[in-house]
Design a binder for this molecule. Structure first.
Ligand SMILES: N[C@@H](CCC(=O)N[C@@H](CS)C(=O)NCC(=O)O)C(=O)O
Length: 220
């Protein structure tokens, strides 16, 4: 089915959705934003992508892209004004996969410890998982000792595909994160969190309700 505009099913705080929105934003691609409640996903989204995860991009011509990294690459192949696709794609992919694979697994178990444990007396965060995630982060910290960005002097797809996950990790125990264990990552992350592009994709939308007209976002 063809539509007047591309449609993005998204969830504001989801790191996968954030990076998809970043790719669409830098590429200057206009789309209809549909904010999703993860506990009540719209039937149209599930019809387009039955696996039920956000983000889902439904293109005007009916094609569906339902992997966040693929949405970024599709957008950048359309228009890449800052040459995010410049560095070696295999290395960018490998950095990204480390984050969305083992790092996210530790992050989820660190952040949502009680969901993964049958031990009723367990602390709210799992520090052993935090330590495992930190082993991965140390490699990223090391990369940032020799260059300001993961792949050199300029920010690239690798940085934008990775930082939303580090943001989520940093927010679990903010006071702990603010200790100087990863000074380079700290500076790197702070720069992205203060950037116009990041703040430009963090508008708040009410949940999508079919049959209602598109609404304007609010900022906070
Ligand atoms: N591999 C997917 C993963 C996306 C994903 O896991 N998104 C989460 C939200 S952050 C989700 O939709 N989970 C399904 C749910 O919570 O029901 C991608 O890169 O787009």
């Amino acid at each position: 089915m063809t539509t007047q505009n591309h449609i993005l099913y998204s969830f504001r705080r989801c790191p996968y959705a954030i990076r998809a929105r970043l790719g669409l934003k830098i590429a200057g691609i206009d789309y209809e934003h549909r904010e999703v409640l993860l506990r009540d996903k719209p039937a149209e989204m599930l019809a387009a992508s039955p696996k039920g995860s956000v983000p889902v991009l439904v293109l005007k011509d009916g094609r569906v892209i339902d992997e966040s990294f693929d949405i970024m690459v599709w957008a950048l192949q359309t228009h890449d004004p800052e040459n995010w696709l410049g560095p070696d794609m295999e290395v960018m992919l490998s950095l990204t996969q480390t984050i969305q694979g083992p790092f996210v697994e530790h992050l989820n178990r660190y952040k949502y410890a009680s969901r993964y444990s049958t031990d009723a007396g367990r602390a709210s965060v799992d520090l052993s998982r935090r330590a495992k995630a930190c082993t991965i982060l140390q490699n990223f910290e090391n990369l940032l000792t020799s260059s300001p960005y993961l792949m050199g002097k300029k920010a690239s797809l690798a940085d934008y595909a990775v930082f939303p996950f580090i943001r989520q990790f940093a927010a679990v125990e903010k006071n702990w994160w603010d200790e100087p264990e990863f000074p380079n990552l700290h500076t790197w992350l702070a720069q992205f969190l203060g950037s116009a592009i990041f703040n430009g994709v963090m508008s708040k939308y009410p949940p999508y309700a079919p049959d209602e007209q598109e609404v304007n976002p609010t900022f906070s």
